[in-house]
Ligand binder design. Structure first.
Ligand SMILES: *Cc1c(COP(=O)(O)O)cnc(C)c1O
Length: 351
């Protein structure tokens, strides 16, 4: 832990965190007159009470499902909270920097910028992989975090595990592996490397495979030292009671999640095949996620055509390495059928 401690912003090492009523007494039974809650409440449910600040019940279930210890889990208001807190934990504003591999998820760079932290961009290779040597060369004494997104958004592919392991071994800072789409991937999570690498943080989310994007619940897995500091700097009650209850219910029903994932994978395969057959599609990239990146002859015109049909996809055609591409989320069988039907009818402009 000492090496990790050296990476943490010094003032946080000595920070005395806010101590909430639920920190000072965490028992479940009794007459609670300690948190200035309203004892009556407005709506059905115990929403007049503050939630468990450490989400213990959910963490126990996640620990069981993922084969990790509860003390290695942090839960946040979406993975976006974990991304922000990691930057605030390790990066000194105006001095430190992070490395990202574009094209990738935009929140790493945005969160870094909000925190006045530098962003070094090391482009992915043309096959959307990490150039480890370039990353290590770009890293300097003030580089605290490298963000790896695998499977990567918007390209959809897994990052070569060996490359990530090389970063973990050769980079002296923190390597965050964002696995928002891992349930849709052919390869397993990097979670198995947690005991081996103290500088590894794995992010996962309830927003994609679990189908709970609106509830905002993200997971970070790491050495308990890192998790302890994240808990120290988070808002005391960062995950609300409604989210905690619904997440518990979902976790009791993992087979339902697995069935949704299986259906989405089935649909992804069908969609990919249908796209392949379209004359207007130049390339359908392999996907390990719940979306497809597709290169078109005339992406922006197709984007607007689909909009008129009330089908909204993501225009990534101006993104470097994704030139000409639309990012298309896999929908239900019905939604996908409507999409492919529209694309088949697309009136190709005559030149
Ligand atoms: C969708 C997505 C997330 C999820 O973020 P939440 O805040 O948990 O909803 C995280 N990372 C990537 C790369 C994503 O595409």
């Amino acid at each position: 832990m000492d090496k990790i401690k050296q990476l943490i912003r010094p003032h946080i090492l000595n920070l005395k965190p806010y101590s909430s009523a639920r920190d000072e007494y965490s028992g479940a039974e009794g007459i609670f007159l300690d948190a200035n809650e309203n004892p009556i409440g407005s709506v059905a449910g115990a929403y007049n009470r503050y939630p468990d600040p450490y989400q213990r019940a959910i963490k126990d279930k996640i620990a069981g499902l993922k084969g990790v210890e509860a003390r290695n889990i942090f839960l946040g208001n979406g993975s976006d909270e974990a991304i922000d807190l990691l930057i605030r934990l390790f990066c000194q504003p105006e001095k430190d920097n992070v490395i990202v591999f574009p094209p990738t998820y935009g929140m790493y760079a945005v969160s870094a910028s909000i925190n006045d932290t530098g962003v070094k961009e090391v482009k992915l290779t043309s096959d959307f992989q990490i150039n480890v040597k370039a990353a290590l060369t770009a890293a300097d004494k003030r580089t605290k975090i490298i963000f790896v997104c695998s499977p990567n958004n918007p390209t959809g592919n897994l990052i070569d595990e060996q490359s990530i392991l090389s970063l973990l071994e050769q980079f002296t800072g923190i390597v965050v592996v964002d696995e928002a789409y891992i349930d849709f991937a052919a390869e397993k999570s990097m979670l198995k490397y947690l005991p081996q690498y103290r500088n590894l943080v794995v992010l996962q989310t309830f927003s994609k495979a679990w189908g709970m994007a609106g509830l905002r619940l993200g997971m970070a897995f790491a050495h308990e030292g890192i998790i302890g500091y994240l808990n120290k700097i988070k808002y005391p009650y960062n995950v609300n009671s409604g989210t905690q209850e619904l997440a518990l219910a979902a976790l009791d029903n993992e087979p339902t999640k697995n069935a949704m994932v299986a259906e989405i994978l089935n649909q992804r395969q069908r969609l990919a095949r249908e796209f392949e057959e379209l004359d207007i599609a130049v390339k359908v990239y392999l996907s390990d996620a719940n979306f497809l990146l597709v290169k078109f002859e005339d992406p922006q015109r197709i984007y607007r055509y689909l909009l008129e049909e009330k089908i909204i996809v993501r225009d990534r055609s101006n993104v470097e390495l994704c030139e000409g591409c639309l990012r298309i989320t896999v929908g239900t069988a019905e939604e996908n059928a409507k999409l492919t039907e529209c694309l088949k009818k697309y009136p190709v402009p005559q030149v």
